[in-house]
Design a protein around this ligand. Structure first.
Ligand SMILES: *[C@@H]1O[C@H](CO)[C@@H](O)[C@H](O)[C@H]1NC(C)=O
Ligand SMILES: *[C@@H]1O[C@H](CO)[C@@H](O)[C@H](O)[C@H]1NC(C)=O
Ligand SMILES: *[C@@H]1O[C@H](CO)[C@@H](O)[C@H](O)[C@H]1NC(C)=O
Ligand SMILES: *[C@@H]1O[C@H](CO)[C@@H](O)[C@H](O)[C@H]1NC(C)=O
Ligand SMILES: *[C@@H]1O[C@H](CO)[C@@H](O)[C@H](O)[C@H]1NC(C)=O
Ligand SMILES: [Cu+2]
Length: 392
C-alpha cells in the first residue's frame, strides 16, 4: 500500500504547511456581529502571511520594511493630512500618460487624477463582474498610492476605510467630520428629497444624509471633471470623456451600509465563501438575494460621485473603499493561501455579457492611462511582482 501511504504522508505534510481556512463555527453570532471575529480572522490571515513570507528565499519584500496600509482613523493627524494633501495635489498635477495629440479625444482629462477616472470609465464593462475585478482594482489603487508618493511627495501608504465600523451611520464617522484631518465632509444636506427606484438592482433607495457639495475640510474646493454617466436624479454626460466641471458631492446613506457593510456582512462573506465564485459574486452583489454586496453597498453608501458606476474614482474616498475591498480579498486569500492565491474564475466581460473567453493567468490586463499593461498572474501576490504591502 505504498501508494496510499505516500498520499497520506503528503496530506499530513500539506496539513502542516497549509493552514485550513477557519470555519465560521469557531465564532458565536455576537462575535461575528460586533467585530471580534473580523479582528481575529484578519489576525489569522496576517499570521499566515508572515509564515508564508518566511518560506520564500531571497524575497526583496520583507515583513519589517514593507508598506503597511492602515485604517484612516488609526493614522496620526499629520499622516491623515499628508494623505489628503497628496490626493488633492494629484488633481493639480498634469496628466502623465495622455499624449498631447490625444487630448482632443479626452476633453475631461485635465489632471493625473482625471487619468484614473477616465481609465475606469473606459474599462468599466471589463473590470466589474469579470475574472479580474479584484486583481484590476488591486493594481489600480496600488498605482494611485505610488503616484501620491512619486508625484506628490507623500511618504505614507494608502489608507483604507473599514466601513463596518461606521455601518449604522457613515455620516457620523470620524473620517468625515470635515476638519483638516478628516477625509472631507459629507455633502451639504439637501432636504425633502423623495425615494429613487434603482432599476438595475430593483430596489427603492431612500435619500441619503447629504447630497450636495463637500463644504468643509479636504476636497471642499476641488473640481471634478468627468462623469457622471449612470447616476439617477442627475444630468448625466452625453459622452464618456466629456468635460463636466463641478464640485465633489457625497450623500452618505446608512440604508446601504447597515444592510451590506456591517461586520456581520463582511465576516460572513469571508468565512462562508469557500470557493472563489461565491466570494467574488457575493462581494459584488451578483449572488442571489443580495443586489449590492460589500462592494456595491460601499459605493451606494458613499453616494454622490462615488456611486457613479463609471466615474466613481472621482472621489478620493473611492481608493479607501477599494483599499478595504483589497484587504478583504487579501484576507480571504491568506486564510488558505495554497488554494486561493492563484485562483481566478470568469471572463473579461461584465457578467459574461456579451459572452467572452474564460480569462487565464497569462492574459494581458490593460490599465489605460494609469499604467503599463500587466499579466494577470502578476496581480495575485501582494509580496511579489512589485507589490510589497499588507493591511493592519
Ligand atoms: C463581542 O461579543 C462577545 C461575545 O458576546 C463579547 O465577549 C465581546 O466582549 C464583544 N466585543 C465587543 C468589542 O463588543
Ligand atoms: C420640506 O417638507 C416639509 C413638509 O412637506 C415642509 O414643511 C418644508 O417646508 C420643506 N422644506 C424645504 C426646505 O423645502
Ligand atoms: C475653500 O475656499 C474658500 C473660499 O475661497 C476658503 O474660505 C476655504 O478656506 C477653502 N477651504 C479649503 C479647505 O481650502
Ligand atoms: C448584513 O448584516 C445585517 C446585520 O448587521 C443583516 O441584517 C443583513 O441581512 C445582512 N445583509 C446581507 C445581505 O446578508
Ligand atoms: C481606452 O481603451 C482603448 C482601447 O483599449 C485604449 O487605446 C485607450 O488608451 C484607453 N483610454 C484610457 C483613457 O484608458
Ligand atoms: Cu471599479
Amino acid at each position: 500500500m505504498y501508494f496510499k501511504a505516500s498520499i497520506a504522508a503528503l496530506a499530513s505534510i500539506s496539513a502542516l504547511a497549509a493552514a485550513q481556512a477557519p470555519s465560521i463555527d469557531q465564532w458565536t453570532q455576537s462575535e461575528i456581529n460586533n467585530g471580534t471575529a473580523w479582528k481575529e480572522v484578519t489576525q489569522i490571515a496576517r499570521d499566515n502571511q508572515l509564515y508564508n513570507l518566511g518560506t520564500r528565499e531571497n524575497s526583496p519584500c520583507q515583513w519589517g520594511t514593507m508598506n503597511v496600509r492602515k485604517e484612516f482613523r488609526d493614522m496620526s493627524k499629520e499622516d491623515r493630512k499628508s494623505f489628503t494633501d497628496a490626493a488633492t495635489c494629484l488633481m493639480n498635477t498634469p496628466p502623465q500618460r495622455m499624449r498631447p495629440d490625444q487630448a482632443a479625444d479626452y476633453p475631461g482629462i485635465l489632471s493625473r487624477h482625471d487619468e484614473y477616472v477616465a481609465t475606469h470609465i473606459n474599462l468599466t464593462f471589463h473590470i466589474h463582474a469579470t475574472a479580474d475585478f479584484l486583481g484590476w482594482h488591486r493594481h489600480f489603487i496600488k498605482h494611485y498610492e505610488q503616484d501620491l508618493q512619486n508625484l506628490c511627495g507623500y511618504t505614507g501608504t494608502l489608507p483604507y476605510w473599514n466601513w463596518a465600523l461606521d455601518a449604522s451611520a457613515p455620516q457620523d464617522s470620524p473620517l468625515f467630520t470635515g476638519d483638516d484631518y478628516s477625509m472631507g465632509a459629507n455633502g451639504k444636506s439637501i432636504p425633502n428629497r423623495s425615494d429613487t427606484y434603482l432599476y438595475t438592482q430593483g430596489i427603492n433607495m431612500p435619500p441619503g444624509t447629504g447630497g450636495g457639495c463637500i463644504e468643509s475640510g479636504p476636497f471642499s474646493n476641488i473640481t471634478i471633471n468627468l462623469g457622471p454617466l449612470d447616476l439617477p436624479n442627475t444630468k448625466n454626460v452625453d459622452s464618456n470623456y466629456q468635460y463636466n466641471p463641478r464640485c465633489l458631492n457625497r450623500d452618505f446613506n446608512s440604508f446601504f451600509t447597515e444592510r451590506y457593510n456591517t461586520f456581520t456582512n463582511v465576516t460572513e462573506l469571508i468565512l462562508e465563501s469557500i470557493y472563489l465564485e461565491d466570494f467574488q459574486d457575493r462581494m459584488q452583489g451578483y449572488a442571489s438575494g443580495d443586489p449590492f454586496g460589500v462592494h456595491g453597498g460601499g459605493h451606494w453608501g458613499m453616494g454622490g460621485a462615488a456611486s457613479d458606476f463609471h466615474s466613481s474614482p472621482s472621489d478620493p474616498l473611492f481608493f479607501l473603499h477599494h483599499g478595504m475591498i483589497d484587504n478583504v480579498w487579501t484576507t480571504w486569500q491568506n486564510l488558505d493561501i495554497y488554494r486561493r492565491q492563484f485562483i481566478i474564475m470568469g471572463t473579461s466581460t461584465l457578467g459574461n455579457s456579451p459572452p467572452s473567453a474564460k480569462m487565464t493567468l497569462d492574459d494581458v490586463i490593460p490599465f489605460g492611462f494609469v499604467a503599463d499593461d500587466r499579466i494577470f498572474r502578476e496581480l495575485m501576490d501582494t509580496f511579489a511582482e512589485g507589490y510589497c504591502y499588507r493591511y493592519e
